[in-house]
Design a protein around this ligand. Structure first.
Ligand SMILES: *[C@@H]1O[C@H](CO)[C@@H](O)[C@H](O)[C@H]1NC(C)=O
Ligand SMILES: *[C@@H]1O[C@H](CO)[C@@H](O)[C@H](O)[C@H]1NC(C)=O
Ligand SMILES: *[C@@H]1O[C@H](CO)[C@@H](O)[C@H](O)[C@H]1NC(C)=O
Ligand SMILES: *[C@@H]1O[C@H](CO)[C@@H](O)[C@H](O)[C@H]1NC(C)=O
Ligand SMILES: *[C@@H]1O[C@H](CO)[C@@H](O)[C@H](O)[C@H]1NC(C)=O
Ligand SMILES: *[C@@H]1O[C@H](CO)[C@@H](O)[C@H](O)[C@H]1NC(C)=O
Ligand SMILES: *[C@@H]1O[C@H](CO)[C@@H](O)[C@H](O)[C@H]1NC(C)=O
Ligand SMILES: *[C@@H]1O[C@H](CO)[C@@H](O)[C@H](O)[C@H]1NC(C)=O
Ligand SMILES: *[C@@H]1O[C@H](CO)[C@@H](O)[C@H](O)[C@H]1NC(C)=O
Ligand SMILES: *[C@@H]1O[C@H](CO)[C@@H](O)[C@H](O)[C@H]1NC(C)=O
Length: 635
């Protein structure tokens, strides 16, 4: 006998070939004929009396092979022996840490059956309990596995670890008095978790998502419509906050025992939606950490769907209706004006989850449901001084048992950044405007109501002026127009005006200005409006430069006249920018264009003349020129 064993080590093939054969299905007399192997088998050398693996939970593994297997071109007992030893010892030792999950008897049958009748999978290997009793578990390998033992050793190791977890799944179902034989064709919980567990056994090989079933996970499809093996990525994402033993417990509790792997089943698993939500958050950010310590590569991009907002009449709040296919991952983008704080809430039910983030945020925030408290759902939308809108990304998932599922989100403006410029419709990128009208979620509206946000600006109350500048019954329709600074006309007006003060050496003007008057609203805008005047006064050369940049919003009240000529006053309630004068005598001064800046005050009397083509005005205080003059033409 000693001599024979010695020979077996060196001439294993020939010894094995001559060894006695027996029915491959001898462990399951009366077992299910469609899943047992109808062939003659021999013991794989070293497994004649079974081998015990595992620690406290010992599993007796018998390995046999069909005669056809030994004949297949890449079959080699020498090659397979260490592979079996490694994968059986590692996988059984690992799964034993989950508790009593493995059957005490497992038979591995190496076959060359290309397409076994009744096989759920014709790929690498499969696992069944053919008997009326749950012992032993049968694992069959197919030709791909044998090829892999030579050409892709990591895959052959992985495959047995994957199948061994199927033994555990079905054994646990038996223990729960559930019927493992009916557990469906390739349900994703079964296959995805088996690949995940095998990846825990061999984390560094990274073969869990390659091979014939390597088509990418499609996040836009329900998880149960994906290739069930690729659902491995869902279980991988659970590692983010769940121990392997708890993932195992979840699988064992929720493994379906009839073809119930669809959304009806998922809708009844109370913690599925939170697990799927966590998976979806990680997937969208491509931050699913593999057990090997690297992020999983090449995840499919999820293209956001632009969400349509229904705005309230004041433009300060809105709602959007989002639709998803349950158990798939759906993202949306919302476009809102910068320079405001909004609060997002959703109507999410127990089977729905909604998250949001700004594009540069590294992580998703949960959107509160119903009402928000504290900072929940608060989003500060940064001011883009060029008026570019800000995008908010929304993630929405559902586990409802329905073809489609809708959630509504509510967007409520909290306050606006008073220093952020606002743009009239169509004005983005061209004419920059402070809000002479209202600022809403998606920009300046056309409403004539005044800004409601913030208490820091001097907002005239209900059309009344403040102090000396009062609303009056006078109006002048001639003023209501969009006006553009007329530099040549202003230049000749200035030449006439300063002639009396000294010798004019030069006057030059540049830049642009616009004035938009609509009833009692007047918005002034200046872009590098510069007036250079060089005068010689009593023998002294006095060059002055005035540069105005910025804009302000005001209420305009006609005080006298009103038929193409008269006076009005302005109450500036909002503005930013400066008017800077430089001269060689005093050095100069700078005025803020805003309400308290003094550039325009409500005490100034603006004397004007107006016709369809032109508007001229000058501001005086106690009869002394204090602002202007300006000459505008209609634009
Ligand atoms: C494995 O099980 C077989 C069948 O019950 C038995 O004959 C054998 O002794 C067992 N092997 C070990 C190592 O326990
Ligand atoms: C194995 O190969 C030999 C030689 O080609 C052949 O005679 C025999 O029938 C084959 N056995 C099986 C079970 O395929
Ligand atoms: C995916 O599977 C196909 C078909 O088996 C194979 O050609 C390809 O190399 C695989 N890709 C990866 C990344 O494994
Ligand atoms: C879910 O499974 C049940 C039971 O097999 C079946 O009637 C139903 O059509 C399935 N639904 C979906 C959406 O797959
Ligand atoms: C990701 O895709 C690139 C390009 O197709 C490929 O070269 C790379 O191997 C892929 N990485 C993984 C991990 O599949
Ligand atoms: C929203 O996403 C789509 C792509 O789905 C993109 O074309 C569009 O520009 C995005 N809108 C915003 C405001 O980011
Ligand atoms: C706002 O004004 C713009 C430009 O005059 C116009 O095109 C747009 O229709 C107006 N929008 C509303 C809601 O009145
Ligand atoms: C009002 O001004 C104070 C002090 O500058 C500032 O802290 C506050 O945020 C402002 N409030 C609003 C609503 O703009
Ligand atoms: C502005 O002041 C009014 C009256 O004092 C107050 O009721 C309101 O809450 C304030 N609004 C803001 C945005 O601070
Ligand atoms: C108008 O209101 C502002 C801000 O409260 C104040 O500083 C200014 O003195 C008022 N003007 C008059 C004329 O009352």
């Amino acid at each position: 006998m000693g001599f024979l064993l010695f020979l077996a080590a060196f001439f294993g093939l020939s010894i094995a070939q001559t060894s006695a054969t027996f029915s491959c299905s001898k462990w399951w007399p009366g077992g299910i004929s469609t899943v047992t192997v109808h062939d003659q088998c021999s013991y794989f050398p070293g497994y004649e009396n079974g081998q015990l693996f595992g620690g406290s939970q010992q599993v007796n593994v018998t390995v046999v092979y069909t005669q056809g297997w030994l004949n297949s071109s890449l079959a080699s007992i020498e090659t397979v022996t260490p592979i079996l030893s490694e994968t059986l010892s590692q996988s059984i030792a690992y799964y034993a840490t989950f508790g009593n999950v493995l059957p005490s008897q497992v038979v591995v049958i190496l076959t060359s059956i290309a397409k076994p009748p009744g096989a759920a999978d014709t790929g690498t290997a499969d696992t069944v309990f053919p008997g009326t009793q749950y012992q032993p578990c049968q694992i069959r390998t197919f030709p791909v596995w044998t090829d892999n033992t030579v050409n892709n050793r990591p895959r052959s190791l992985f495959a047995i670890a994957h199948e061994m977890y199927h033994c555990a799944q079905q054994f646990v179902l038996y223990q729960q008095d559930r019927d493992p034989k009916n557990y469906g064709d390739d349900p994703w919980i079964i296959e995805g978790s088996a690949s995940y567990m095998a990846n825990l056994v061999f984390p560094l090989d990274n073969v869990e998502r390659v091979g014939p079933k390597n088509t990418s996970y499609d996040p836009t499809l329900p998880i149960y419509q994906n290739n069930p093996y690729n659902a491995e990525i869902f279980f991988q994402s659970l590692e983010f906050n769940t121990e392997a033993v708890d993932i195992n417990n979840w699988v064992m509790t929720n493994a379906p025992d009839y073809y119930a792997t669809n959304r009806t089943h998922l809708s009844t698993i109370s913690d599925f939606i939170d697990k799927f939500y966590s998976f979806a958050k990680q997937y969208c950010l491509k931050m699913i950490l593999d057990t090997d310590g690297f992020y999983i590569q090449n995840l499919t991009d999820i293209i956001p769907t632009p969400a349509t907002i229904s705005l309230s009449t004041d433009g300060n709040s809105g709602t959007a209706s989002l639709t998803t296919v349950p158990d798939s991952i759906t993202t949306f983008n919302l476009s809102l004006s910068g320079g405001q704080t909004v609060v997002l809430t959703s109507t999410a039910s127990a089977n729905q989850r909604v998250a949001y983030r700004l594009p540069n945020d590294p992580w998703w925030s949960d959107m509160p449901t119903g009402t928000s408290s504290g900072s929940e759902g608060n989003v500060v939308l940064p001011c883009n001084n060029d008026g570019t809108p800000v995008t908010i990304l929304i993630l929405y998932v559902s586990s409802s048992d329905a073809d489609y599922d809708i959630v509504n989100i509510n967007i409520q403006q909290q306050n606006t950044d008073q220093d952020c410029p606002c743009f009239l419709p169509g004005g983005v990128g061209s004419t920059r405007r402070r809000e002479i009208t209202k600022r809403g979620l998606q920009g300046c509206g056309n409403s004539t109501s005044l800004p409601s946000s913030g208490n820091n600006s001097t907002t005239p109350s209900s059309g009344k002026g403040n102090g000396t500048c009062q609303a009056s019954s006078l109006t002048d329709p001639c003023l209501s127009k969009t006006w553009t600074l007329n530099l040549p006309a202003l230049q000749s007006l200035l030449e006439t005006k300063v002639e009396s003060e000294g010798t004019v050496n030069s006057i030059s003007l540049s830049g642009t200005g616009q004035l938009d008057i609509s009833g009692t609203s007047a918005g002034f805008t200046y872009s590098n409006f510069e007036v250079d005047i060089d005068l010689t006064v009593i023998g002294i050369d006095l060059p002055t430069t005035t540069v105005i940049n910025g804009d302000f919003s005001s209420s305009l009240f006609v005080q006298s006249g009103g038929n193409g000529a008269g006076t009005f006053c302005l109450v500036v309630y909002e503005g930013e920018g400066t008017a800077t004068e430089t001269d060689s005598l005093t050095g100069g001064f700078s005025l803020n264009l805003g309400p308290q800046g003094g550039f325009i005050t409500s005490e100034m009397v603006m004397t004007y003349t107006c016709d369809t083509e032109s508007l001229t005005m000058t501001g005086t205080l106690n009869g002394v020129t204090a602002a202007g003059p300006w000459v505008y033409s209609s634009s």
